[in-house]
Design a protein around this ligand. Structure first.
Ligand code: PLP
Length: 407
């Protein structure tokens, strides 16, 4: 069994060598992770040495364009899809609005879509607005006690064959239970529906093999996945060609331009190659290969590390009778995004934790619908303690000690 080299991992993140951050236990990673050094270096290099309009026939411009192409190609390889199936946009929310506009014209009268009440608003509200055009929007509802989605309920929603698109999260940013994307996708495909998955809360815990999952669209946010502030969309070629082009008409033949109407952020796209550099380096450090193999190994390393560190926190929280833990109590079934309902305003508790050098957040995290569905007042919100593979055991121990003081 490979020993996870946490000391090396932390050297890859400049934040941990900043005086004002080094002593803080960071537990708001689901809001945005620290970027890895490889991303910071590439962004700096682009702004200082490549900052020209890319793809023109002179050396620095060709270099700038090549770095953007490199990011797309290397991320695509890690995600198990073709290069032109990866596109970049300003954020996952903005990307979803663009996609929803495309679906708006793709749906025929009488057809329906499915959304959940487990999703962050980004993979919910933009789709629900299709109801304004008279399209039927059906809600796949969570169990109010557990917050989980039952595939049998989806089967019932698909039974009449009218649903053309199913939107759901790989895991929710407050419930954190990992949904079986491959199985759910197969159910939707058998019923003739396409599938859009919000992977924002999952991808930071290891790039998935999107090709193997089989979904038609997979969305995630680079700024929560050790990268710059970009939204990344995987749009599989078949569905991408079916949906109407949302970009300039003369760019419609290029898949990765069809759903990015605005000019792309050149520097940030180029910097996304640093995410692949980091995954390759993490794999190499643990004796693994580069490229797709690195992504699979990094995924498994991250998950094993996170599961080991999450379980003590879940056990501690489950043992208390003054709070409600959202989502599974078993670490293997969830992401390390641990939300708790305190029955009182969560933000002041997060503030109290800061006095113990624990940085965390309290609020509704734009998961208003899931909280309401579980009977939690979104104005009181939940305390969210979210971590990733670079979180150390001593940080988790300090978090538990601090919780003991403030709860
Ligand atoms: C699960 C989930 N989906 C979508 C989003 C929206 O991502 P973005 O900020 O890139 O629009 C977030 C942001 O917090 C999220 O947690």
């Amino acid at each position: 069994m490979t020993v996870f080299d946490i000391a090396w991992v932390r050297t890859q993140f400049p934040a941990f060598s900043q005086g004002h951050l080094a002593d803080k236990g960071f537990f708001e990673n689901a809001g945005g992770s620290y970027p890895c050094a490889q991303v910071v270096d590439r962004l700096h290099r682009f702004y200082t040495a490549r900052k020209v309009q890319p793809y023109a026939p002179y050396a620095v411009s060709e270099q700038a364009g090549a770095e953007m192409d490199e990011a797309r190609a290397r991320l695509a390889a890690m995600l198990g899809v073709a290069g032109d199936e990866v596109s970049f946009g300003p954020s996952t929310t903005a990307n979803t609005y663009v996609l929803a506009n495309a679906v708006r014209r793709w749906l025929q009268p009488g057809q329906a879509i499915v959304v959940t009440d487990q999703d962050h608003e980004a993979n919910s509200g933009p789709w629900r607005r299709l109801a304004e055009e008279g399209h039927a929007v059906r809600e796949w509802r969570i169990d109010p006690m557990t917050g989980s989605l039952n595939p049998d309920d989806l089967r019932a929603l698909l039974a009449d064959g009218r649903v053309r698109l199913v939107c759901f999260p790989h895991c929710s940013n407050v419930v954190a239970a990992i949904n079986d994307v491959a199985a759910i996708t197969a159910i939707a495909h058998r019923a003739g529906a396409r599938v859009c998955v919000d992977g924002v809360s999952y991808a930071p815990h290891g790039f998935p093999d999107v090709g193997a999952l089989g979904c038609d669209i997979y969305l995630f946010s680079a700024y929560k996945t050790y990268g710059p502030h970009q939204g990344i969309m995987v749009i599989r070629a078949g569905f991408g060609a079916e949906l109407p082009n949302q970009g300039h008409w003369f760019n419609g033949d290029t898949l990765y331009k069809r759903f990015t109407p605005a000019g792309p952020d050149h520097a940030q796209i180029a910097a996304c190659a640093g995410m692949a550099d980091y995954i390759d380096a993490l794999s190499a450090r643990h004796g693994g290969p580069a490229g797709a193999g690195a992504a699979r190994l990094a995924h498994d390393l991250m998950r094993a590390q996170e599961v080991a560190l999450t379980q003590p926190l879940l056990d501690y929280l489950s043992d208390r009778n003054d709070l409600r833990l959202l989502g599974p109590a078993q670490a293997a079934a969830r992401a390390p995004t641990v939300a708790v309902d305190l029955g009182r305003a969560a933000e002041p508790v997060a503030r109290a934790l800061a006095a113990y050098d624990i940085n965390a957040g309290g609020g509704n995290f734009y998961a208003v619908r899931p909280l309401q569905a579980m009977g939690i007042d979104p104005d009181l919100g939940v305390l969210r303690l979210s971590f990733v593979h670079y979180t150390s055991r001593s940080e988790v121990d300090r978090l538990i000690a601090a919780l003991d003081q403030v709860l």
